[in-house]
Design a protein around this ligand. Structure first.
Ligand SMILES: Nc1ncnc2c1ncn2[C@@H]1O[C@H](COP(=O)(O)OP(=O)(O)OP(=O)(O)O)[C@@H](O)[C@H]1O
Ligand SMILES: [Mg+2]
Length: 499
């Protein structure tokens, strides 16, 4: 590769690279020095050897049409200076964190595929995209250890339209044939299965590996309808806003009536409530809240459910079937697009806590090793992880799920709404473009590598361009994610060749 600049100063976190005339260096670009060090540009600026006054004077003369105002040796006097940081040092074929500066005045070149020969595919490699240098994409695939990364949570932060959903589609597609991971995908936009467009259903292994649940399922899908007898008081925790008196009342009825607790509350009268130590007003409000959340009602002492989502009869086995499929490494997609948010989160929480409890049980019995990792995909994660959300199962998983190999893939436009402790627990972050500074700062403050200089870099990321910062990568890897439709079409073309 040709020389495009030269190191002319700086310090460990910020090297100054003079750009060669008529060459361009981009923000985010990777530069190779001495063949073993890679730099990454995080800022660009103009520099000049001339005094400011002289520059202003010559510019004035040029603008006002004076003759003969060319600057002598302009290429030498005026130049662009890139600010770059040391990204990685390659030693004996492996990536190391750089500990020393490259020689002063060394020339820098663009990186090429050969600079990344040290990257290899880890065990259970999950493909994320290709190495990206600025906006140039290199033919170097980037993998992460899927089993580890998924159980240690993945955060996908970006403003709207930068490619979060596309990334999840790509990850899901690559994970469909992999038995090491079961997934629960809560899909409020009904975009992952691909009912009307390309999606998980188009994967050749989808018939055996993907299950789709929807209130109105297409052929091959399952009905997403929850039997209210399966509901337990703790399923409502952190999902529906209840006072402690209302929560206590639920537990009292659960203690007396067991799985009939919900119906019993709905038909209970003030006398009975009083005997159980529950105030009439508490019972009234609780009933109203439950009625709104679960579409359950009582008329003349009879409980009925007028809902497309909940039922008092049948479908008892759905929860078990989902949990078992996930344990077999299948990918289960829940179409929650027609549900109000509280119902979506209630159902998602019910299923998630059943999976989580099973895994806790396996751990106690020493049976966890034989089980696939579980990954739960949740959109607009602050709804369940934010400061204002209660202590629900997603919260618990974010804090301690990795001990039980249950992890989240949390998608969000607003990382700043997620408490720092939880953000820091998300050990892999796939950062897409974000023009909001406060959001970038929240992300930068919680990543595995030092990205303190990368704010502009993140702001300048285009659709599908990302930075992967993970405790499972040696450095924050800039990538370009493939467009999902291209992957599917490539696969289809490949298949056609064989038939
Ligand atoms: N990797 C990519 N390469 C090229 N284009 C992409 C890529 N990812 C996304 N896009 C384009 O950007 C559009 C928006 O992507 P996507 O729906 O994934 O964004 P999002 O971050 O999920 O947005 P929202 O916040 O609205 O859910 C896509 O329709 C696609 O055209
Ligand atoms: Mg999206």
């Amino acid at each position: 590769m040709t020389v495009i600049g030269q190191i002319i100063g700086g310090e460990y976190g910020e090297l100054y690279v003079r750009q060669k005339a008529r060459k361009t260096i981009e923000i985010g670009e990777l530069l190779s020095v001495g063949g073993d060090v890679i730099l990454q540009v995080h800022d660009l600026g103009y520099d000049s050897l001339m005094e400011d006054d002289d520059l202003a004077r010559i510019s004035g003369m040029q603008l006002e049409g004076y003759d003969d105002t060319a600057i002598m040796e302009e290429e030498i006097r005026n130049y662009i200076c890139a600010r770059a940081k040391l990204l990685v040092h390659v030693k004996d074929g492996t990536a190391k964190i750089p500990k020393k500066l490259p020689p002063f005045f060394d020339q820098v070149r663009r990186v090429s595929e050969e600079n990344f020969e040290f990257l290899d595919e880890p065990e259970n490699g999950l493909y994320l995209g290709k190495i990206r240098s600025g906006s140039r994409v290199l033919d170097v695939p980037v993998y992460i250890d899927g089993k580890k990364a998924l159980s240690h949570h993945i955060l996908i932060p970006a403003t709207t339209g930068r490619g979060k959903s596309n990334l999840v589609k790509v990850m899901l597609w690559n994970l469909i044939p992999k038995d090491y991971c079961g997934m629960l995908i809560i899909d409020p936009h009904d975009e992952y299965y691909g009912r009307n467009e390309l999606g998980a259903k188009d994967h050749p292994e989808a018939p055996n590996k993907v299950e789709y649940y929807s209130p109105n399922p297409p052929p091959g899908g399952y009905s997403l309808k929850v039997n209210t007898n399966l509901l337990r008081p703790w399923d409502l925790r952190g999902i529906i806003d209840l006072t402690s008196a209302q929560t206590d009342a639920m537990y009292v009825y659960y203690g007396i009536y067991g799985e009939e607790w919900l119906g019993s509350i709905m038909v209970s009268d003030p006398e009975e409530a009083k005997i159980h130590g529950v105030q009439e007003s508490t019972l009234d409000v609780l009933r109203r809240k439950l009625s709104l959340a679960i579409d359950i009602n009582e008329v003349n002492g009879r409980v009925y459910c007028d809902s497309t989502i909940f039922t008092t009869e049948g479908n008892e086995n759905m929860m078990n079937q989902i949990v078992e499929s996930i344990e077999e490494g299948k990918k289960v997609i829940l179409d929650t697009s027609s549900m109000p948010q509280d119902k979506e989160l209630l159902i998602a929480g019910m299923i998630t806590s059943r999976v989580f409890n099973r895994y806790k049980h396996y751990k106690e019995k020493g049976e966890l090793d034989g089980k696939p990792t579980v990954s739960v995909v949740i959109e607009e994660a602050p709804r369940v992880l934010g400061e204002r959300a209660g202590r629900n199962v997603f919260h618990t998983i974010a804090r301690e799920g990795r001990k039980f190999r249950v992890g989240l893939i949390a998608i969000t436009q607003l990382s700043s709404m997620i408490p720092r402790e939880l953000l820091a627990n998300m050990n892999t972050k796939i950062i897409l473009g974000n023009e909001m500074r406060s959001e970038r700062e929240a992300i930068i403050g919680s990543v595995a590598q030092d990205l303190s200089k990368d704010s502009k870099n993140i702001a300048s990321l285009d659709k599908g361009e990302a930075i992967v910062s993970s405790i499972f990568t040696k450095f924050a890897v800039p990538i370009k994610i493939d467009l999902f439709d291209d992957i599917v079409e490539r696969k289809e073309r490949k298949n056609l060749k064989f038939f």
